[in-house]
Design a binder for this molecule. Structure first.
Ligand SMILES: [Zn+2]
Length: 254
């Protein structure tokens, strides 16, 4: 099983999660206990404060276990040097793409400064995963419009529209060949409909593990167990948890 949406600890973020106390070893122990072979790890601090240092710390976290952990760094297109930082995190840090969080980072997916950044990620065979499901700046249709401007770059809706926008996420995925939908935080009734109606080769699963200040990842364990209640078939399970994420991570998705 490949979990396509997890987070590094909130080392610095001033929130209820600040000072998260788990390291790479603790995180891999959780993956083992939940039956997860590999995980895509997204920044946490960097979503609140997208700095090169946040990407450095994420790279160190995943670099301690590169055979199990794949990191996606982050930049904000409104910050000076964002394009150079996107290049650096791909080439120097070995991260595999970007996590954008327009809602927390305060930009619109329509901003043109994103275009060279997305092309840089695509040229490296990387992935652009965006938070979605929370208007005004993170609706699935906005992310899909960005994906359509870059048809050779793989984009991922990180939350499948969450509670409010999952129908829009499903429709956008059906209409946009380079857009994948990660079921993560999406309610179970929506997950069932997505599995029935989305292109089967573009559905992913994520647990949001890492959103805890403790080494135990109870929420993520519950999300993995919930899969059994979706009425998921063996074919759907294999596509969502294995084939699709593996193709996407290898760059052979189109
Ligand atoms: Zn998340």
């Amino acid at each position: 099983m490949i979990d396509f949406h997890t987070h590094a600890p909130a080392w610095h973020t001033a929130s209820w999660l600040s000072g998260a106390g788990f390291d790479t070893g603790d995180f891999v122990a959780f993956l083992d206990s939940a039956g997860i072979d590999r995980a895509v790890v997204l920044s946490h601090d960097g979503l609140f404060n997208p700095t090169p240092e946040a990407n450095d710390e994420l790279a160190a976290f995943v670099g301690a276990c590169p055979e199990r952990l794949v990191g996606l760094g982050t930049v904000s297109p409104r910050r000076p040097g964002a394009l150079e930082e996107a290049e650096r995190l791909l080439t120097v840090l070995g991260l595999r793409g970007l996590k954008l969080h327009p809602w927390l980072q305060g930009f619109s997916p329509h901003e043109l400064a994103l275009d060279p950044i997305c092309e840089t990620v695509g040229a490296a065979g990387g992935i652009v995963l965006s938070h979605d499901g929370t208007p005004p700046y993170s609706t699935p249709a906005q992310i899909a419009a960005l994906a359509r401007r870059h048809p050779r770059v793989a984009f991922v809706l990180g939350h499948g529209g969450l509670h409010d926008c999952w129908r829009e996420a499903l429709a956008c995925t059906q209409e946009t060949p380079n857009l994948f939908l990660c079921i993560c935080g999406t309610p179970p009734y929506a997950a069932r409909r997505i599995l029935q109606q989305a292109p089967p080769d573009r559905v992913l699963f994520g647990s949001d593990a890492g959103l805890s200040q403790r080494a135990s990842q109870d929420y993520a364990v519950a999300r993995v167990l919930e899969l059994d209640g979706w009425g998921i078939t063996d074919e759907q399970r294999e596509a969502m948890l294995d084939d699709n994420p593996r193709r996407l991570l290898s760059g052979e998705w189109s």
